[in-house]
Design a protein around this ligand. Structure first.
Ligand SMILES: [Zn+2]
Ligand SMILES: [Zn+2]
Length: 144
């Protein structure tokens, strides 16, 4: 079975599918790194002239709403966006080199179960991201 693409996922979330939204999703997926809205705008302008700032912001909102992208708070440059697969996952964001790794939800499952049983809260979703330094950056700072 084909993995659902950005268009399918936007549609499933009740969001409109537009060429601009798909272009923003493509640019994010191609980058493999978190990008700020400004960086995205610059990349998209390199390829196609007719995309404005407001369009990029609206596209990002729709993509985040559909789970195709997620917003991360990045030290220094405010927030940035990463392309996300459909499977539930969490991020490890390196504050040194900007890489974002993904871990699957099994790491958080025990915590969620404990919270649910201690509080009676019915958890539908959990957005937990970890911020720090990746193993390469941590090793480099130990070496210096
Ligand atoms: Zn993600
Ligand atoms: Zn790093």
């Amino acid at each position: 079975m084909r993995r659902p693409g950005a268009a399918d996922r936007l549609r499933a979330a009740g969001e409109r599918v537009t060429p601009q939204r798909l272009a923003v999703a493509d640019a994010l997926a191609a980058s493999g790194q978190p990008l700020t809205a400004e960086e995205l705008l610059r990349r998209l302008r390199g390829r196609r002239a007719a995309i404005g700032r407001a369009t990029v912001f609206r596209a990002l909102e729709a993509l985040v709403g559909a789970g195709v992208a997620r917003r991360l708070e990045l030290e220094g440059h405010g927030s940035a966006y990463v392309a996300c697969p459909a499977e539930h996952h969490h991020h490890l964001a390196c504050m040194e080199c900007g890489r974002v790794l993904e871990i699957d939800e099994t790491y958080l499952r025990g915590i969620a179960e404990r919270v649910a049983s201690d509080t009676g809260f019915v958890i539908d979703d959990a957005r937990v991201d970890f911020y720090g330094r990746c193993s390469a950056c941590a090793a480099a700072s130990r070496a210096s």
